[in-house]
Write a protein that binds this ligand. Sequence first.
Ligand SMILES: N=CN[C@@H](CCC(=O)O)C(=O)O
Ligand SMILES: [Zn+2]
Length: 405
Amino acid sequence: MIDTVIHDASEIVVGPAEDRSRLKQHEDGAIAVVDGTIAAVGPNDAVTREYPPENAAHAIDASEKAIIPGFVDSHTHALFAGDRSDEFEAKLSGATYQEILAEGGGILRTVRATREATDQELLDQLLGYLDVMLAHGTTTVEVKSGYGLDTETELRMLSILDRADREHSVDVVPTFMGAHAVPPAYDSDEYTEIVIDEQLPAVVDQDVAEFCDVFCEADVFSVEQSRQILEAGTEHGLQPKVHAEEFVHFGGAQLAAELEAMSADHLLHADSSDINALDEAGVAPVLLPGTAFSLGAEYADARVFLEQGVSVALASDFNPNCHSPSMQFAVALGCIGMEMTPAEAIMAATHGGARALDRDTGTLEQGAPADLSLIDAPSHVHIPYTFGVNNVEAVMKGGEIVYDH
Ligand SMILES: N=CN[C@@H](CCC(=O)O)C(=O)O
Ligand SMILES: [Zn+2]
C-alpha cells in the first residue's frame, strides 16, 4: 500500500551530495511514502511509474513548489515562563547580556518565573511554541532544561518535555542543563557539586534526558567545572554538549573535542585550532545566528568551518533572549549574516541539526523518516531570499500531514 505520492515538485532537496558541499536535489521530482518512510525519491517520471499517484491513499500535486527535509532545530531553550521584553529594550539602550545577568536578570529572572509557573502553564506555553515551530517547518527540536537550577524544577522541566514529546507531532529531544547559570545562593564550586551529586542522579533515575549541556563561559562555569559535570553525565549515559566560545574565547571548544561531545554550540569566538580539534574529534559545530543578531554581536565565522570542509549545524537558540523559533529566519541569517549559500544553510538546518542530535532525519534519502515541508515557492533559495515571511505550506511528520496552511 502506497500511503502518499508527492509529484511534479519543481524541486526536491534530498540532502547533502557526496562531497557534502553541494545539495543533492531533483528538479521536477517526486517522493513516495510508505509506512512513514521515504520509499522512493527522484525524477518525477521514474518515481510515479513505480508508485502511481492514482494508486496512493494520498496524492499531492507539488507543481511550482519545493520539498525540503523537516528542519531539525538542535539548540533551544523553549521551555520557560515570564517576559524579558524590557531587557530587550535595555539592551537596545546599551546594557550588555552579562550586566543584566549580574544584576539577577537574564537567565536568573527566567528561573524565578519558571519555578513559580505551574506544570500546566509551562506545558501549554511550550505546546504553543511547538505549534509555531511546526508551522515554520521544524519537525524535530532539542529543548534544554536549565531554568530550574534546583533538582525539583529541573526534573519538572524534563518531565514536561517528555509530555510535550508525547502530545505534539514535533519530536522533542530533551537535554539536561542544570549547569546553565549559578543560582545566587551558591558559589560556582558548591553549585557544581549539587549538579553532579544531586541533580544528575535524579535526572538519570527518572530517565528524562538524553544529553547533558553546560554553559562553559567566563563567570559562569569554568572549563574544569564543565569537565567534571560533563564527565559525570557521560558516566550516567548522557552524551555531552557544550555552550562554547559564546562571549569570549574560553576553552569550551577544546573541552568538547577532548570529551568527544555530541556538539559544541555558539562558537562565536572559536579559532582555527578549535575548529580543527572539533573536526578531528567528530564533534558537530552548532551555529546560532539568531543569538548574534539579537545581541548585536559578530556572527560565528561559518565560512572558516565550511572552507575547511567541516559541516556545521544551524539552530534557532529560541529562548527569552533570542525570541525567534523560526528556522527559516536562522537560514536567512546564515546566508545574509554569515555568508553561507542557501544550499549550505538548508543542509545545516536539516542534516546538520540531525547530526548534532544523533538522529536519522534531516534527509529525504530512501529509507529516511518522511519528515518534510512543502514550500510555497519553486526552490529552497526562496527561503532566505524572502526572509521574514513563512514559506511553509504544509508539513509531513513520519508520513502524516501534521500541518496544512
Ligand atoms: N548562553 C546561554 N544560554 C542561552 C541564553 C539563555 C537566556 O538568556 O535565557 C543561549 O544559548 O543563548
Ligand atoms: Zn543555549
